[in-house]
Structures are given as C-alpha cells and as structure tokens.
Design a protein around this ligand. Structure first.
Ligand code: ME8
Length: 658
C-alpha cells in the first residue's frame, strides 16, 4: 500500500538578514509537524525558502552597489544556517530566483492571461514599499500603510490585473463547505467580514517600475508583481510549469500552508483564487498563527535592538542554550494561534522548569537508581500494584492524545500531553519512594518493577518527543541502550512493556543544566547595552543619515521633544574609544553628564565653554558604562562629518530651544 502523503509549507522569507527568533516560529513548527508525520509513516514533503524579488531588495542592492542577486545570496545563506542550527530538515529550499521557479511563474502568468483571468489596465494605488503592498485609499490607516504604519506613495502605471473580484462568492462557499480550510476560526471571520463580504477588488499583478522580479515573457517591461511570484512557489517547488512535474502530481494539493496571521489574506483569499483560475486543486488547510511579541509589538529586530535588551538573535540563542531549548520554547510557550510575549525570562524559565527539572530530573534520578540498586541492569517487571495502573494508563494514552492535539495542529498541547506523562512519572517516584523500598531487601522485586515502569515512561516520552526536540530524545534513548536514529516511527509507544529487563542502562549525564535566571538575564542585558553603545559609537548621528525624508509630524509631536541650551563645563575622552567624549553640561539649574560621538571632530579643550543644544528629555542610556543624560545636536554632512549646532549670539544655558 502506498504511504499517505503529507505536504507542508512555510511562507518563503524576505531576505532581510535581520533574522530574529520570531522568524523561526513558523518554520520550527512546520519542522515538528513534518517530523511527526514522517514518524506516522507518511510520505512527507516539507518546503521552505526565500522570497527575493521586489522593490525593497532592488533599492537595497542599489544602495549597496551590487546586483540584487549578489545582495540576497549571503542573506539566504544566513537563513539556511539558522535552519541548520535549529535542526530544521526541509525537503526543498526554494528561492524565487531559482530557474525552475521563474519559468513556472511565467507559465502561470501566461496561462492566467490566456484564460482571460488577467487583463491589462492602469493602476493607481497607495504603495507601501516595505510591505510591497498596494492599498486603496479606504484601506489606509491615518493615510499610512495599515500593516506597518509607514508612509505610502500614490503610484500610477500600466499594469496587468487578476480578476480577483470574480472569486469572492466562490471563496465564501469554500469556507462554508470546508470549515477546517482556514484556521483558527477567528481568521476566517476576519477574511469574511473585512475582505470577502465587502467585495474583492481586482488585483494588480505586474509592475513596470520594478525591474527585480520575474519578467512577463509576453510583454517586455512588465515584471510579475510579488504575490503571484511568491505564492506560486508552493507549486513551482514541486515542478509545476516545468517539464518535470512528478512531485507536483504526487504531493499537490498541500496538506497545510502554515503562515503568520499577517499574510493570511494572501494565502486564504488570493492564493485559492489563483488556483481556482488555474483549475488546480486547493490546499487542504491554511493556518494563520500568532506572533511573538516584544512589549506589545510584533517582534522585529530593529525595534528590539533599540528599545529592549532581550536577546532575539536565533544564532546566539542556539549558541547559548542549544537548539532543543529554543525549539521547545517556540513549540510550547504560546497557545497556538494566539500571540505570545517573548522574553528571555520566559525562555529561561521554560528551560529550567520543564527541561532541566521535570525531564532532566526524571531521567537522571531513574538512571541513577537503576545503577545504584541494580548495577546498571534494568530489572524485570513484576506484578502491578499501587499507582502502577494509573502510570501505565497515562503512558499508554500519550500516543493517542498527542495524535489528537497534532490533528488539531496544536503542538503546544501535544507537548503538554507528553509532559503530563513526565510529571506523572515524577509523581510516581514520590509516591513509591524507591529509596525507602530499597531499604528492605525482601522488596527487591517491587523496587525492580518501579524502576522498570519509570524506564518505560522515559522511553515512551523520549520517542514521543522526537518530532519536537532533535538532540535530547536520542540522547535519552542512548542511556537506555536504544539507538535513537533507528527509532523512525511510533510503533513502540503504543504498548507498555518494550524492555524485557536485563538491558544495560547508563547513568545519565545532565541533559539540560539549570540556568541561574537572574545572573543570565543580567549578562544578556549587559551584552545588549554594550552592543548598542558600540553601534552608536560607529554611527554617532544615525538618524541624520542619508537625507532620509521622515514622515510629517504635528506641532504636538514636536512639542514632545524638549530642547535646551547648555554650556559645556568639562570634557574628556572616553577611555578606549576614539569616538566618544564625556562632557559635563550645565543646563540651567542642573549639570548633566552627556556622552557624545564627536571626539573625531572636536577635542575636549575645544568643547569646553561651547553653547550646545541638548535634547533634555531623552531617556538616559548607558554608553561604555557611562549613563548619558541627554544628547547634543550636531549637523551631519554627506561625508559623515559632524558640526556642532550652537547659537549665533549669547544666550544663557537652560533656555528653551524651539
Ligand atoms: O511574509 N512572530 O515573509 P517574512 C511570529 N515573504 N512569526 C513571525 C514574526 C513574529 N514576530 N515575525 C515574522 C513574508 N514571522 C512573505 C511571505 S509566502 C508566499 C510570502 C513569520 O519574512 C511570519 O509570520 O516577513 C511569516 O510566517 C514568516 O515569519 C516569514 O515572514
């Protein structure tokens, strides 16, 4: 009999390079699902990749003075490295710059055109470059991009349009007939009420102003607009549109597109419409998961680096705690479908409580007792008594419960079920108190049974954990004489009694060392602050760079900034820094310490006596261990040279600048 197939996808990632732990969420979850289904014996295909085209990359590459492909290559490598570190095992990593993808997209575009699903017209819309999205005026929020809140530009150009407006009813019917199609339920309500019921508008699917993308092969000058390019990856990755579509025939339709909630509109409305237009089967399910938040906002590296001291770099997290800890946190901490706050404290607490305490202790106590009381040879199992029956029933129930949770796409619940067994086994140790039984030689048989039962619970837990954690389950199985690599399925967890007794059991080495949370957090904070200081030192007046045009602000916005004149009373170079000066600046009644990155342009002697403009209500920040209580304003020339802003006639310090 042919195996059941399972095709699962992540969205393809923008090659931003600013990868943070939030980015790893979708893919680690997909990896766990892929591993789980493989262990069920299914024929799994797990796809991930990168979404490399579009104006943003074109601009950035231009800024960097390289071709777009050259610009994205190292970023893509960086992402692959993160997946390697996190033990993410995909079957294909598709890049939208791959030849077969480009050809596939061209074929899709042409087919849609020939079928009359795409037509040429003129587009006028509000375009958000960072989000690569056009918005209608009514969709804008306070005149800005409703997704990211940034400035949008009115753009007009000749474009091809996809007849999306024709599909609202069919998609509503799809949802009605398949209530499981879009999950969680709340996302479906959002799509129905915000997009489908008000009626869909035709979708702009080509640009003439963007060059970095898939060229429309029958109309030179047009580039396929990003979403047709990006979404098609789910089928081009399987060879659709190429001469070699064996994988497509085998795996399509996808069983699950897992995506973040912000791109559900594209996956649950636009993508099904494109597939309907192509007369192709629809994916079976789309799931829009929630976000990892920092301080109430979607985690983003640039924000984090500026406002928080949380460590969010996936590479560093894996380096510090190991891939299993990061994977465990991502899979366990946040109720699936909801947003969840990310803090280092919550990560460390999870590691300590679940992995080091519950799992680690169970394994170390059990293997230590088998070694202490039975010389490292697993005793045979005797008659059942006391709490045994309950323990065995929990152990035998895990497979089914995890199955139920996974069928509902609830990985946190699946882990909770496995840890219920781990908790039950720990409780069993307390209930049976093997160290007391050991005192009575006549109860050696009972002691053996207790330890046998514990060994079985650990074995079952370790096998069940394999889809989620990739290092420790095999390590645990290794202590019990089982080569984890040979355990490729769940066959051995459905019944209790796999061990025959007599197996050699190794005394476990610690699986997860307990972390001193307070100390660790203090260290992380120190690291973040010193990095921020070093960065500031490198780019002293970052905000003045590039003649960047900032969004308009109101007089009330400006009034939030308190500018005052100050007089520099003393100045000295900051030790070990060729950029920073530490100054005492009198601002009216108070004297402040201010650290400024102007040492290259002004000597301490030059600064003393100068009248400067101080941002007086700036939150103090530590630079090289010195708390700087404000900032001094400078002008930055195109070559980066700084010139102090001062006054043309004398004014007392502490005067308001406005
Ligand atoms: O959207 N919490 O790519 P992307 C949870 N190229 N998940 C997060 C997250 C956070 N803080 N930040 C990012 C794109 N993600 C498009 C997709 S698919 C045809 C095109 C998740 O790099 C995000 O939700 O912005 C998404 O699932 C993935 O990272 C890639 O996001």
């Amino acid at each position: 009999m042919e195996n059941k197939k399972y095709y699962i996808t992540t969205p393809i990632y923008y090659p931003s390079g600013n990868w943070h732990v939030g980015h790893t969420y979708t893919t680690v979850i997909c990896d766990a699902f892929a591993r789980y289904h493989k262990m069920l014996g299914e024929d799994v295909f797990f796809l991930t990749g990168t979404d490399e085209h579009g104006q943003k990359v074109e601009y950035k590459a231009k800024d960097a003075g390289v071709m777009p492909k050259q610009f994205v290559d190292p970023l893509v490598d960086g992402l692959k490295e993160i997946w390697r570190l996190l033990d993410v095992k995909y079957d294909r990593f598709i890049r939208t710059t791959d030849d077969d993808h480009v050809k596939g997209v061209q074929k899709i575009f042409r087919t849609l055109y020939e079928k009359g699903k795409i037509y040429k017209s003129t587009y006028e819309g509000w375009y958000c470059t960072p989000c690569e999205a056009f918005w209608t005026k009514t969709q804008l929020k306070d005149g800005k991009c409703p997704d990211c809140g940034r400035e949008v530009k009115l753009e007009t150009e000749e474009s091809y349009f996809f007849r999306l407006s024709e599909y609202a009813d069919r998609i509503l019917k799809l949802y009605e007939d398949n209530p499981e199609f879009l999950q969680p339920k709340s996302r479906m309500n959002e799509m129905v009420n915000n997009f489908l019921k008000p009626g869909l508008q035709d979708l702009c699917v080509s640009r003439t102003s963007v060059k970095w993308g898939v060229p429309v092969d029958f109309d030179s000058g047009h580039t396929v607009y990003v979403w047709i390019d990006a979404l098609s990856n789910y089928i081009t990755a399987l060879g659709y549109g190429s001469g070699n579509d064996g994988l497509f025939k085998k795996y399509w339709p996808a069983d699950l597109h897992l995506t973040g909630k912000e791109i559900i509109r594209f996956h649950a409305v636009i993508w099904p419409a494109i597939l309907m237009a192509l007369d192709l089967p629809l994916p079976k399910q789309v799931y829009g998961h929630g976000w990892l938040l920092i301080g109430g906002d979607k985690l983003s590296k640039s924000k984090t680096d500026k406002v928080s001291t949380e460590l969010t770099d996936p590479k560093e997290l894996v380096e510090r705690y190991g891939s299993d800890c990061v994977r465990y946190f991502l899979l366990r901490e946040i109720p699936f479908g909801s947003d969840g706050v990310y803090t280092n404290e919550s990560l460390l607490t999870r590691i300590n409580s679940d992995l080091a305490n519950d799992l680690g202790n169970l394994v170390s106590r059990t293997t230590a007792m088998i070694n202490q009381y039975f010389g490292g040879i697993l005793p045979a199992r005797g008659a059942e008594e006391g709490p045994d029956a309950d323990l065995v029933s929990v152990a035998c129930g895990v497979y089914g419960k995890v199955g139920k949770a996974m069928a509902a796409l609830d990985a946190p619940l699946a882990l909770e079920e496995i840890f219920r067994l781990i908790d039950r086994a720990n409780k069993y140790i307390d209930e049976t108190a093997p160290w007391l039984i050991a005192k009575d030689e006549s109860k050696k048989g009972r002691l053996g049974t207790v330890l046998y039962n514990l060994a079985e619970c650990i074995r079952i837990s370790a096998v069940m954990l394999k889809p989620y954690l990739t290092v420790c389950p095999d390590k645990i199985l290794g202590f019990f004489g089982i080569n984890g690599e040979t355990v490729t399925g769940f066959d051995t967890v459905k019944t209790f009694g796999y061990f025959s007794g007599g197996e050699k059991i190794e005394k476990a080495s610690p699986l997860f060392p307990r972390i001193d949370v307070k100390k660790e957090i203090a260290e992380i904070e120190k690291l973040a602050l010193s990095r921020r200081a070093a960065e500031k030192e490198q780019k002293p007046c970052e905000s003045h760079k590039n003649n960047e045009v900032k969004p308009e602000i109101t007089i009330d916005d400006f009034a939030k900034i308190q500018l005052k004149t100050g007089i520099v009373l003393a100045a000295e170079k900051v030790e070990n820094s060729d950029k920073l000066l530490k100054m005492s600046v009198r601002v009216g009644a108070e004297t402040r310490t201010i650290v400024s990155g102007i040492a290259k342009y002004y000597s301490p002697e030059e600064m003393v006596g100068k009248t400067v403009v101080v941002v007086a209500n700036l939150k103090p920040a530590k630079l090289r261990g010195i708390v700087s209580e404000g900032m001094i304003l400078c002008g930055e020339a195109a070559d980066g040279k700084l010139t102090l802003i001062t006054t043309v006639s004398e004014i007392s310090d502490g005067a308001t600048v406005r």
